[in-house]
Design a protein around this ligand. Sequence first.
Ligand SMILES: Cc1ncc(COP(=O)(O)O)c(C=O)c1O
Length: 354
Amino acid sequence: MTVSVESGPDLAALRHHGDAEVGPGLVDLAVNVRAGTPPAWLRDRLAASLDGLAAYPDPARAVAALAARHGRDTDEVVPTAGGAEAFVLLARALRPRHAVVVHPQFTEPEAALRAAGHDVDRVVLGQGDPRGDLTLDPASVPPGADLVVVGNPTNPTSVRHPADVLAALARPGRTLVVDEAFIDTAPGEPDALADRRDLPGLVVLRSLTKTWGLAGLRVGYALAPADLAADLRAAAPPWPVSTPALVALEACSTDAARAEADAAARALAGDRDHVVAALRAVPGVEVRGAPAASFVLLRVPGRPDVRERLRARGLAVRRGDTFPGLDAEHVRVAVRSRTISDRLVGTLAEVLAS
Ligand SMILES: Cc1ncc(COP(=O)(O)O)c(C=O)c1O
């Protein structure tokens, strides 16, 4: 593992997201939302919630359901308008003297911190070692950092850090933010910290966007010590999470919904094994790390044109070069059905042979 600590303010790159890559006639391999979602039963629950729209949202039921699910007090739960809002609330609520974001990772945490006027240091995994394994050594995080942000599993690397490695980052005087937006893409949510109340300053962020196909609803939540949760609530506008979003939080916290997510995660693992094996067999393609989420990070040495070439052949993949620590030889591809994956692999082989 190679690590460097650096700073860099490229806000435009940080604000680039996979949805900018998709377009009419293109197969979407750029956005990591589960295909075929939201499920019909969830759409029905959301549709039924429209009858209550004349009233202001009341988060009580959603908060109680989430608290029960995670074995927490209700004052440790903060519904948010997606993980993206949670990063903004944290940036508003905290006054870090030394904020560190572990990259490559989702870029909104750093963008939100910078937009709120905070300086950000980067710990860049795999820097200078494009074949490095992208795992995290807690010793690489500066000991004086009072805010550390890490994704688990991490977008775009698909690497999942062991719970004990992340736990080793928690300490009094530091806020440790673990973004678990993709944790439910693995059966049983291994290495999740959401239920841990013993780690000082731990904030866990969750999202319903990916597994439940609710990107357009804007729904997620934060789990934090009560005092920090209160600060996050205070940083939010009034009624930040809509009634349908609160209904989704409650509906997706049931045992039945969790079993459904688990079954989807098991199916995903099979589809991921299929595409990873096929990609590894393509000459000139490197699969980075050990993919553990619903996407795979690829490196195609010497072929920075690969994204445009795939696009010209109808396949939209996520560019890698806007992620700190990666470059144009990287692309991220969503795990899709085997039919779509086979088309991706065949097209990629053709492109690289040309
Ligand atoms: C790792 C990660 N965390 C959080 C988010 C935010 O998602 P949302 O705001 O839709 O919950 C995303 C979205 O792409 C993401 O990739």
